[in-house]
Structures are given as structure tokens and as C-alpha cells.
Unconditional design. Structure first.
Ligand SMILES: Cc1cc2nc3c(=O)[nH]c(=O)nc-3n(C[C@H](O)[C@H](O)[C@H](O)COP(=O)(O)O)c2cc1C
Length: 356
């Protein structure tokens, strides 16, 4: 029987186990020009016993930044800073993909150094408020990307993916989940377009497909993953019937052959099983858990074949040696929400490991 502690071949990349550190924004890219600092190097190196680390959401361009102090991958100083992270993780025996996150309409002009108005599939503001350096603010109505803007956004992701390879990453995860730009194209309430990038399923999936295709063409499908979250209402997304859209997406991705699908399970298990059946690559599952973070309870999902790998968010944030703790059944440090976003080493690099 396969367990979460067995190695796996991810499209030619050998991972020591099937426990993945889920992408987590920490808003501590205090280096020059939104680049990772030495604290970020230490944070990821501490967690290198993951089979695979997926970094925090990283903007492919200044326009893709929606939160304060998130890192980018569009300048030479960012590439050099990320190189220190990937070197440290590799030296510790780990593997690391970078998550490319363009937040789209989940942003605010005050967040970007250039005062950019957020862009999206359509000029529809999400309900609610956004966290900014000056406190919570109302969302603004985003600018709908025109054809040129769409092509430029795809080109920005391609350029960031190439930068990722130069920075030593093992691959790139395209963020198609959690209400950010790609998800805004996928969902019928945020994509009201009537051109070839909207309308029915085939139109709404097109941006995701062309983005993954372009990244895979540039750096190889074996280095390219995609995260999705069908039905996830984050960022004021409404997908009342996500199945057909995401099944159409997987059909269109088949000839491209990305290395993995990272599924944030937001709908029912039946859809997870259906998506798994239709996807040729590896499935990383971020299991749906009610009112608690993923934990040892989820390990059986590898044993029963529901997924190939499991991703852990909050518990990995608080337990740098999470695979070892999962194996021994705990104990687990509790995550401190107050230090999730921004701040110093407290709640970042000071969570203790188990004694030898
Ligand atoms: C502090 C924090 C930041 C997060 N930032 C991101 C992110 O940048 N990109 C992303 O795809 N998901 C992000 N997530 C979601 C996690 O990847 C994961 O899906 C979520 O925490 C649920 O998994 P868990 O139950 O194991 O914590 C974040 C979660 C947390 C707790």
C-alpha cells in the first residue's frame, strides 16, 4: 500500500514523500523591490523536508500584486533573491515550485507602487473589503482586460516562468484558484465577456488554458502545475455548478499535459473523484476540512488512492518538520493567526521542531 511517506516521481522529478507545503502568502518580502529576504530563505529551508514546497503567491508583474509586501518574479533583484531560497531548499534535500499569483480584481491602487487600477475579466467589483497597508478599503471597479491586455498578461506569466527557472525553481504553479485573476475568468459571475474569452464554458476556460499552454511551451509541461478551486466562494466568486466548467478545463489541458493539478477541494468529494479520473497527471489534494486545518486525518486519502499527494497549509506554517510529525502522529504546534501576514521572525521562523 502506498502511503504519504513514500517517494513519488512527479513528471521526472523525484520527491522524497507525498506531503506538499501549500502555497501561503506571508507578506514579508521586505527586500529591495519586493524581493525575499534572508528570513524568507530560512523559512523555506526549515520546511525542506516536504516532498514539495509550493511558495507563497508571487506576482508575475507589478500589475499582479494585490497585497502589501508580497514577492515578485519580474526583476533581476527578485530572481537573485529567490535563487538564495531555492539553493537553500535544494541543499537541504527539498524541491520547490513557485506559485505565480496574479490577483486581478482582488487588489487596490494603494497596494501597487505605481497606483495601478486592478484588472480583471470584466469590470465587476467584488463585494467586500480588501486588506491594505492603510487598513481595510472598499474594492474598486477593475478595468476589463482587452485583447492586448490579455496577451500581455499571458506574456508576463511566461516571462516570470522563465525567471523561475533562472532562479533555480523546479517548476511553476499557475494560481487558478481562490478568486484571483484566472478564477475570475473561469467563474460566470466575474466573467461577463461576450467575446472568445467569456460566455459558455469553452470561453471562460480559455484564459486558463492559454496561460498554462504558454507557460508549458516556455519551460516544459513537466515543470508546470495548475491550482484550481471549483466552487470556492473566496473573492466573491459564485460557481453554482462548477462540474461542467472544470471538466471542460481538464479536457482542454489534456494535450498540454501539465505535471500536476493542485485541487483545493471546495465542492463535494464526488467532483474531486471525477476530476481525478479525467486528469492524466498527478493530483495534489488540499482536502476540504470543516473548521480545522488539514491534519493527520487526511493521510488515508493517499492510501485509498483519492490523491497522489496532499498539501498542508496552516499546519506546515506552524510545524517546519511537518512530515515527521505526521508520521509520528504529532504533537503539532498551533498556528498563530496574528502573525500570518507581515511582521518579523515571530510566527515565521521561530516555530520549534521536535527534539531528535
Ligand atoms: C496564511 C495563509 C496564506 C495563504 N496564501 C495562499 C496563497 O498565496 N496562494 C494559495 O493558493 N493559497 C493560499 N492559502 C491557502 C492554503 O494554500 C490552503 O489551501 C489553506 O490553508 C487550506 O489548507 P489547510 O487546511 O491545510 O490550512 C493561504 C492560507 C493561509 C493560512
Amino acid at each position: 500500500m502506498t502511503t504519504a511517506f513514500d517517494p513519488i516521481d512527479l513528471a521526472g522529478l523525484r520527491l522524497a514523500n507525498r506531503i506538499v507545503m501549500a502555497p501561503m502568502t506571508r507578506s514579508r518580502a521586505y527586500g529591495p523591490g519586493s524581493s525575499p529576504t534572508e528570513a524568507v530563505v530560512a523559512y523555506y529551508a526549515q520546511r525542506a523536508s516536504a516532498g514539495l514546497i509550493i511558495t507563497e503567491g508571487t506576482q508575475p508583474s507589478p500589475a499582479g500584486q494585490g497585497y502589501p509586501d508580497t514577492p515578485g518574479l519580474h526583476s533581476e533583484e527578485q530572481i537573485a533573491a529567490w535563487r538564495r531560497v531555492t539553493d537553500a531548499v535544494h541543499s537541504a534535500g527539498g524541491r520547490i515550485f513557485v506559485q505565480l499569483m496574479h490577483t486581478g480584481r482582488i487588489g487596490h491602487p494603494s497596494v501597487s507602487a505605481h497606483g495601478l487600477v486592478p484588472v480583471s475579466a470584466s469590470a465587476v467589483a467584488p463585494k467586500g473589503r480588501i486588506y491594505t497597508a492603510a487598513g481595510p478599503m472598499e474594492y474598486v471597479v477593475p478595468r476589463a482586460l482587452d485583447e492586448d491586455g490579455i496577451q500581455r498578461t499571458i506574456a508576463d506569466h511566461v516571462s516570470a516562468a522563465r525567471n523561475a527557472v533562472r532562479a533555480g525553481f523546479d517548476g511553476v504553479e499557475v494560481h487558478g484558484a481562490n478568486g484571483y485573476l484566472v478564477h475570475q475568468f473561469l467563474a460566470p459571475n466575474s466573467n461577463l465577456r461576450t467575446d472568445a474569452w467569456g460566455g459558455g464554458h469553452e470561453g471562460r476556460i480559455r484564459f486558463a488554458v492559454e496561460l498554462v499552454r504558454a507557460v508549458a511551451d516556455a519551460i516544459g509541461a513537466h515543470r508546470t502545475g495548475l491550482r484550481i478551486s471549483p466552487g470556492n466562494p473566496l473573492g466573491d466568486i459564485d460557481e453554482p455548478e462548477p462540474g461542467p466548467t472544470y471538466l471542460a478545463l481538464l479536457r482542454a489541458l489534456e494535450p498540454i499535459g501539465p505535471a500536476y493539478l493542485h485541487l483545493t477541494e471546495s465542492a463535494d468529494r464526488a467532483l474531486t473523484l471525477e476530476l481525478r479520473k479525467r486528469f492524466g497527471g498527478a493530483l495534489i489534494l488540499n482536502a476540504r476540512t470543516e473548521g480545522r486545518p488539514s491534519g493527520p486525518e487526511e493521510l488515508t486519502l493517499i492510501e485509498d488512492g483519492t490523491a497522489d499527494m496532499l498539501s498542508y497549509g496552516a499546519l506546515f506554517l506552524a510545524n517546519p518538520d511537518l512530515p515527521r510529525r505526521l508520521r509520528s502522529g504529532g504533537p503539532f504546534n498551533a498556528p498563530d493567526r496574528a502573525t500570518f501576514y507581515g511582521g518579523d521572525e515571530r510566527g515565521y521562523t521561530d516555530y520549534p521542531v521536535l527534539e531528535a
